[in-house]
Write a new protein. Structure first.
Length: 463
C-alpha cells in the first residue's frame, strides 16, 4: 500500500458508481447516448440506531504527563544493553515524577521495556525498533513494550514525535524479522489507565501473535484491565492470518482509530481471558473503533466471545480490499480450556458496525475452514495450493462481506451451539461484484455441498 494518509485511502474507496453512462453507435452510425441504471446498486441498507458510543478523544485519554524532557542515548547494538539503558531511564524519570523520553533516529533492538507511570516515549520518525533476539530465544515469546503486566500504571504514552499526525512519513517504524522464537508482540497492555499509542508502522514476518495485545495482567484479576486509552494511526503489514494488528481480550473505554493492516485481521475483539479465570465477568466494554482497513487479509473486524458475556463495541467506517470478508461475527463457544467458566459468551446487542465499504478480488488469505464456500473446482484448486508464509492460509478470492454465525438467521442454535446474539449492522457498500457469494451475509447454510473430499497437498506436492 502506498504511504497515503489513511483518510485519503478511505475517501478513494468510498467512491462508488451506481449509474453507468455509455455512448454507442447504432447501425446508421448516428451516435446516441444511453443511460443505464445499474440493476443492483450493491448497497445494503442495514439497521440504524441513535444509541451510539461517542468518539471524542478526550473521553478516552487526557495528557497528564509532565513536560520535562530528556534524550536517551542508545547504542544500537542488538543485545540486552539498550533495553537495560532504556528501562533504567524510564524507572528513574518515573520516580522523579515523570516526563518525556525521546528516542532518536537509528535502529534499536529492544525487549521487555517496562513502562512506568507518567512516562511518554516519543520516537523519531527515522527510528526503527526491532525485537532483541539475542540469547536463547528458542520457542520463547517475546514482547518489546510491556505496559501494566506486573503492577498498575497510569498516564503513559508511546508515540511518534508529531503524535497526532496521520501522515505515515512522520511515524516511527518497527520490524519483526524471522527468528527461532515462539511469537512476538510489539506491545502488550494489562493493568493500565489513561494511555496512548500512536504513529507506528510495523513490517511483520507472519509471526504468531497480534502486534498490539490487550490482555489480563499477571494477577489475572478481571478488575485490573486496561481502561481509558487511545490507539490510533497504526499500519502493519505481512500479518499472520490467525492474528493481526490488534487483539483485544480485555479493555474498557478504549478508542481505536485509523488502524490499517495487510494480512490477518486488523481488529480482533476476540475475548476469553476472563473465562479462563473461572468467572463470567465483563472485561470488554465501551470500545469505539473508527476507520479500520484491511487489504489482502482475512477481515477488518472480528467479534468472537469465548465463555464471557461482553459489553458494547461501536464501529464505524470499515474498508476491506481483496480480503476473505470485511466483518466476522462469531457465536460464543466453549474453547479448549477444560477449567474455564461454564458459559458460552455474547456481546451486548447494542453493539454496532456501520459504513462498511468492500472491494472483492484475488489476494485474500483463505483458511481451510472457509473452503466450503467455494465451488468444487475452486475448492480443489485451493487444497492443491502451497501454504502462504503463515503456514495456515492460501491465497484466493474474496468470499463475501459479513460472515455471521452468531444470529439466529445466521444459523446459531441455542440447543447445540449457544452463544447466540445479534449486533446492529448498518449500511454496506460493495464497489464491485468480485465475490464468491452474491449475498451480503455469509452463513453456514451457504456451504456448497456435494463436493468430493480433497486432501490438502503435502509439502513438495503443492502448487
Amino acid at each position: 500500500m502506498k504511504k497515503n494518509s489513511f483518510k485519503s485511502i478511505i475517501y478513494t474507496l468510498l467512491i462508488v458508481t451506481t449509474i453507468i453512462s455509455c455512448s454507442t453507435k447504432d447501425e446508421d452510425t448516428n451516435e446516441k447516448e444511453e443511460t443505464i441504471e445499474h440493476k443492483d446498486p450493491l448497497i445494503h441498507i442495514g439497521e440504524t440506531t441513535n444509541d451510539r458510543l461517542t468518539d471524542t478523544e478526550e473521553r478516552f485519554y487526557i495528557n497528564k504527563i509532565p513536560n520535562k524532557e530528556l534524550v536517551v542515548t542508545l547504542n544500537g547494538n542488538c543485545n540486552t544493553l539498550d533495553s537495560d539503558i532504556l528501562n533504567n531511564e524510564i524507572e528513574s524519570l518515573s520516580n522523579d515524577g515523570g516526563g518525556v523520553i525521546r528516542i532518536q533516529k537509528g535502529a534499536y533492538c529492544l525487549r521487555d521495556i517496562v513502562l512506568r507511570s507518567n512516562i511518554h516515549l516519543k520516537i523519531d520518525p527515522e527510528a526503527t525498533i526491532e525485537p532483541d533476539l539475542s540469547g536463547d530465544i528458542s520457542n520463547k515469546n517475546i514482547t518489546i513494550f510491556v505496559v501494566g503486566e506486573d503492577f498498575f500504571i497510569e498516564n503513559v504514552a508511546i508515540t511518534n514525535v508529531d503524535e497526532d499526525s496521520t501522515e505515515t512519513s512522520t511515524w516511527f517504524k518497527s520490524n519483526i524479522p524471522e527468528g527461532d522464537y515462539g511469537g512476538v508482540k510489539f506491545i502488550e497492555f494489562g493493568n493500565v489507565k489513561n494511555f496512548k499509542l500512536s504513529g507506528v508502522s510495523v513490517t511483520d514476518n507472519f509471526s504468531k501473535f497480534s502486534n498490539i495485545v490487550l490482555n489480563l495482567p499477571a494477577s489475572l484479576k478481571t478488575d485490573e484491565v486496561s481502561t481509558n486509552g487511545v490507539i490510533k494511526n497504526v499500519f502493519m503489514t505481512n500479518m499472520h492470518v490467525g492474528y493481526g494488528v490488534i487483539q483485544m481480550q480485555t479493555g474498557k473505554t478504549i478508542l481505536c482509530k485509523n488502524i490499517s493492516g495487510e494480512g490477518g485481521i486488523t481488529m480482533r475483539v476476540e475475548t476469553g481471558a476472563a473465562g479462563t479465570n473461572m468467572v463470567n465477568e465483563k472485561t470488554v466494554d465501551d470500545i469505539v473503533v473508527r476507520n479500520v482497513y484491511i487489504k489482502n487479509g482475512d477481515a477488518a473486524m472480528n467479534f468472537s466471545p469465548h465463555r464471557v458475556d461482553q459489553g458494547r463495541v461501536d464501529v464505524e467506517k470499515v474498508v476491506a480490499v481483496n480480503s476473505t470478508h470485511a466483518i466476522q461475527v462469531a457465536a460464543g463457544f466453549l474453547d479448549n480450556n477444560t477449567d474455564g467458566v461454564d458459559n458460552i459468551g455474547t456481546f451486548d446487542s447494542r453493539s454496532y458496525i456501520g459504513d462498511i465499504t468492500v472491494t472483492g478480488g484475488y489476494g485474500a488469505q483463505i483458511k481451510g475452514k472457509d473452503y466450503k464456500y467455494f465451488s468444487c473446482e475452486k475448492r480443489k484448486e485451493l487444497a492443491e495450493k502451497c501454504y502462504n508464509p503463515d503456514d495456515e492460509s492460501v491465497t484466493g478470492s474474496s468470499i463475501g462481506v459479513v460472515r455471521d454465525n452468531s444470529s439466529i438467521d445466521g444459523g446459531c442454535d441455542n440447543g447445540s451451539e449457544g452463544g447466540c446474539y445479534e449486533i446492529i449492522i448498518g449500511t454496506i457498500t460493495k464497489t464491485n461484484e468480485d465475490f464468491e457469494l452474491e449475498e451480503f451475509y455469509t452463513h453456514p447454510s451457504n456451504e456448497i455441498k456435494g463436493c468430493p473430499k480433497v486432501e490438502k497437498a503435502t509439502e513438495g506436492n503443492c502448487n
